[in-house]
Design a protein around this ligand. Structure first.
Ligand code: PEP
Ligand code: MN
Length: 340
C-alpha cells in the first residue's frame, strides 16, 4: 500500500500517522520526492481501512499495490483448488455440468428433468427450492419440500445436488445438500457468507448483478476467512445498458478470474442471457475461455415452467448442446466428467 502525502503535511501529522500504521504491524518507509512525499507500507495490510487513512488531513491519496484478498488469491496459492463433490472433481482436469430446472415445481417435473439431464451427460443436478424473485407475488419455491425432492432425485440419479440458500435461518435444511448456492442477490450478504464460511460444504458463489470481479473475490474471501476454503466462483452475467439480453455475460471474467484466483469457475449461460437460443453459444464460449463447469437450466416442459421459462432448455435441446460441449471440452483438454 502506498500513501501519498499532501504538500502541506506537517512533521507531527506524519509522525502520528506512521505510529498509527505501525500499530498494524506493518513496516513504513517514508520516501521524500521532489513534488510529494509518500509512505510505503510493507507487510499484511488487509486489516487496514483505507478510508481511515484517507480521513487524515495530511493524506492526499491511498493506493493498494496488492489485491486485498489473500485466501482466494493465486499469488498465495499457485495450484488450482480441486473440490470433490460426491466423486466429481471440479477445478482440475474435468469439466462439470450442473443442469436442472430453475425451480423445483413438483416430483414429476423434477424427476423427469433430472433423469433427462443425467442421460444427456449432466454431472450434477440443480434446482431452486428457495427462489429469489423480483416480484413478491411470483412463485417463491417449494422450500423444504423442494429440498426433499432434490434429495429424492439425487437418490434416483446419483447426481450430487446444487441448490440456493437465501437465509441463515434455513441452514439446517441444507445438511444433505452437496453444494450450497449463494445467488447473485446475496453475494454481499456478509452475515450469510460468514455463516457459510463456518460450514464444511462447497459453496457456489454467484457474481452479484452489478458486482466487480474484485467484489466477487472479496465475497469469496469472507467465506474462506471463516475457514471454509471450498468456494466455487460463478459468472452469471452482469447488468449493463443492453436490454436485448437479460444480463451481459462477461466472458473475460472467466480467463481473468483463472489468473487472479485458484478457485474453480463455473459459468451460468442461462441467467446470463435469459434466452434459450443463446445458451448453447455462450456455453461453448465459456468452455473455450477455460471454465471448470457450466450451470444450465433445463426443464421437461419450459412452456409450463413456474419461473424462467424463456431461458430453460428442453431435454432434447440440452442433449444436443451437450454433444457440442463435450466435443469442445475434449478439444480444450478438460473433458466433461464421465458419469456412469
Ligand atoms: C439461480 O441460479 O436459480 C438464480 C436465481 O440465479 P442468479 O442468482 O444468478 O440470478
Ligand atoms: Mn432461474
Amino acid at each position: 500500500m502506498v500513501i501519498v502525502l499532501k504538500n502541506t503535511a506537517t512533521k507531527q501529522q506524519v509522525n502520528e500517522l506512521v505510529s498509527w500504521l505501525e500499530g498494524y504491524s506493518v513496516k513504513t518507509n517514508l520516501v521524500q520526492g521532489v513534488h510529494s512525499n509518500i509512505i510505503g507500507l510493507i507487510g499484511d495490510t488487509v486489516h487496514i481501512d483505507i478510508e481511515a487513512i484517507e480521513a487524515n488531513d495530511c493524506v492526499e491519496a491511498v493506493r493498494r499495490v496488492q489485491e486485498p484478498y489473500k485466501n482466494a488469491n493465486r499469488k498465495f496459492h499457485p495450484d488450482n483448488t480441486v473440490l470433490d463433490i460426491g466423486g466429481r472433481l471440479i477445478g482440475g482436469s474435468k469439466t462439470q455440468i450442473i443442469a436442472g430446472p430453475c425451480s423445483v415445481e413438483s416430483e414429476k417435473q423434477l424427476m423427469e428433468t433430472a433423469i433427462a439431464c443425467k442421460q444427456a451427460g449432466a454431472t450434477m443436478l440443480r434446482g431452486g427450492a428457495f427462489k429469489p424473485r423480483t416480484s413478491p407475488y411470483s412463485f417463491q419455491g417449494m422450500r423444504e419440500e423442494g429440498i426433499q425432492l432434490l434429495l429424492k432425485a439425487k437418490k434416483e440419479t446419483g447426481l450430487p445436488i446444487v441448490t440456493e440458500i437465501m437465509s441463515l435461518a434455513h441452514i439446517d435444511m441444507f445438511a444433505e445438500v452437496d453444494v450450497i448456492q449463494v445467488g447473485a442477490r446475496n453475494m454481499q450478504n456478509f452475515e450469510l457468507l460468514k455463516a457459510l464460511g463456518r460450514c464444511d460444504k462447497p459453496i457456489l458463489l454467484k457474481r452479484g448483478l452489478s458486482s466487480t470481479l474484485e467484489e466477487l473475490l472479496m465475497s469469496a474471501e469472507y467465506i474462506m476467512s471463516e475457514g471454509n476454503s471450498k468456494v466455487i466462483l460463478c459468472e452469471r452475467g452482469i447488468r449493463t445498458f443492453e436490454p436485448m439480453t437479460r444480463n451481459t455475460l462477461d466472458i473475460s471474467a472467466v480467463a481473468l478470474l483463472k489468473q487472479k484466483s485458484h478457485l474453480p469457475i463455473v459459468v451460468d449461460p442461462s441467467h446470463a442471457t435469459g434466452l434459450v437460443k443463446l445458451v448453447e453459444p455462450m456455453s461453448l464460449a465459456a468452455v473455450a475461455a477455460g471454465c471448470d463447469g457450466l450451470e444450465i437450466e433445463v426443464h421437461c416442459d419450459p412452456k409450463k415452467a413456474l419461473s424462467d421459462g424463456s431461458q430453460q432448455l428442453t431435454p432434447q435441446a440440452f442433449a444436443d448442446t451437450m454433444k457440442k460441449i463435450k466435443a469442445l471440452a475434449e478439444f480444450m483438454g478438460k473433458p466433461v466428467d464421465d458419469v456412469e
